[in-house]
Write a protein that binds this ligand. Structure first.
Ligand code: NI
Length: 172
């Protein structure tokens, strides 16, 4: 089932999400719905608060369109190690549609989480996957990527987003 993605400035995106007790059938079905929602929006990651659910759950798939899908479904994800090496790269977010900005993040991270079968897993992620992990985990603490850009740039991005919405509303 496809879920509705909320966008800034919805205050739910600014809340801290709650840990889950275990990945039961209801939760793994939420993960699958989130994955379907993310794929249909052409995203590479989605956190539960982005569909208005304040639980520590994220889904990620950074495989290219011509590659086999490689989804990660994570509950209670925790970064347990970060590389000293950082990398700056352009980023976007389904809750800030069509806006992009360069963000500096750790080049690699190790993340511990519960998968869709409630198994404890550790993943060493690098490059774009590591970036997606850090971006999605931020959502669980109410942080959106625009928080890392300068106030002026942030204001411009929000303005462009509002303009885009007005235009879309007019065309309807
Ligand atoms: Ni995002």
């Amino acid at each position: 089932m496809k879920l509705k993605i909320i966008e800034i400035p919805n205050p739910l995106l600014r809340q801290k999400s709650e840990p889950i007790e275990k990945v039961d059938e209801a939760l793994s079905s939420l993960m699958k719905d989130m994955l379907e929602t993310m794929y249909s929006a052409n995203g590479v990651g989605l956190a539960a608060p982005q569909v208005g659910i304040l639980k520590r759950v994220v889904v990620i798939d950074v495989a290219h369109d011509d590659e086999r899908p490689a989804p990660f479904l994570m509950a209670n994800p925790e970064i347990i190690w970060r590389s000293e090496e950082k990398e700056e790269c352009s980023e976007g977010c389904l809750s800030v549609p069509n806006q992009f900005a360069s963000v500096e993040r750790s080049y690699a991270v190790k993340v511990r989480y519960l998968n869709e079968k409630n198994e404890k897993v550790e993943l060493l992620a690098e490059g774009f996957l590591a970036r997606a992990v850090q971006h999605e985990l931020d959502h669980l603490d109410g942080i959106v990527f625009i928080d890392y850009v300068s106030p002026l740039k942030r204001k411009m991005m929000i303005k462009r987003l509002e303009k885009q919405r007005r235009k879309a509303a007019k065309e309807e």
